[in-house]
Design a protein around this ligand. Structure first.
Ligand code: ZN
Length: 261
């Protein structure tokens, strides 16, 4: 018999043995006729449990239970030009507007949601979160003239290993609500940065500031790009992106993350 602790350990690993591209195809929500079938198919592999609080989900619930959906720790930063995400980049990177959807809360709910996307490859959780992010940001006038979504890229090898880029999945979800084009490979991550969790800020900055390349700057001329990432902590990755994008004539750059520390 497995104790609860062991089950909790096993659950997030569930879908990792499933072929990622097959899995993503099956879960593509644009194929409406497959939707019910797909959710049943996915239920074979994904735990039908709330990513926030681990209670069992009702059939109509997607990734989050109604209680967690209601209690999401929203930042309510979007209309505040001096919010902490925006202040993080003052004097470091030229951003038009910046915000985060959620705050990391003491309950650990947000962390569990993000881990489920990143490490358990739960694409549906990513799409749900992306849709919520877009709905929330659309209420703000400060972001209304954004015209292109840009997921913060992963290095290709890392994306291949992981199966997908979590920022791209968030953008896919956002686009189901907010009908804007998304960039493809315009911005490329050319340096594979090692795990940054134990590095100091200076190290991280040196590590990522040259990590991005923009092969065709003209493709983004005069655009207002919304960079999208799962989480912002020190901001070093975003500074690297902004540095690479700053060569584009007439570009404006804003930032939106699923959560901020
Ligand atoms: Zn819940």
């Amino acid at each position: 018999m497995l104790g609860n602790g062991a089950l909790n350990y096993i659950r997030p690993m569930g879908p990792s043995f499933v072929n990622a591209s097959l899995f993503n195809k099956v879960l593509n929500p644009r194929k409406a006729t497959f939707q019910l079938w797909a959710s049943d198919f996915a239920a074979l592999f994904l735990p039908r449990r709330c990513a926030g609080c681990d209670t069992g989900l009702m059939r109509f619930e997607r990734s989050l239970c109604s209680g967690c959906l209601r209690d999401l720790p929203r930042s309510r930063f979007h209309d505040d030009a001096q919010n902490p995400v925006e202040r993080l980049f003052w004097g470091k990177a030229q951003l038009e507007s910046a915000s985060a959807f959620l705050l990391f809360s003491n309950s650990g709910m947000v962390q569990r949601m993000l881990h489920r996307i990143k490490y358990a490859h739960d694409r549906e959780m990513g799409l749900v979160l992306g849709r919520l992010m877009a709905q929330d940001l659309l209420t703000s006038s400060r972001f209304k003239d954004v015209d292109t979504f840009m997921p913060v890229p992963l290095h290709r090898r890392k994306e291949r290993m992981r199966g997908f880029n979590q920022s791209q999945v968030l953008v896919d979800g956002m686009r189901q609500v907010w009908d804007l084009p998304s960039t493809g490979r315009e911005l490329m991550r050319v340096v594979r940065t090692p795990s940054q969790t134990k590095r100091g800020r200076l190290d991280r900055w040196l590590n990522v500031k040259e990590a991005f390349q923009l092969p065709d700057p003209e493709a983004l001329r005069d655009r207002h790009v919304l960079l999208v990432d799962d989480v912002v902590t020190t901001g070093a990755t975003i500074e690297g992106c902004v540095k690479a994008l700053s060569v584009v004539p007439g570009i404006r750059i804003s930032l939106y993350t699923a959560a901020c520390a």
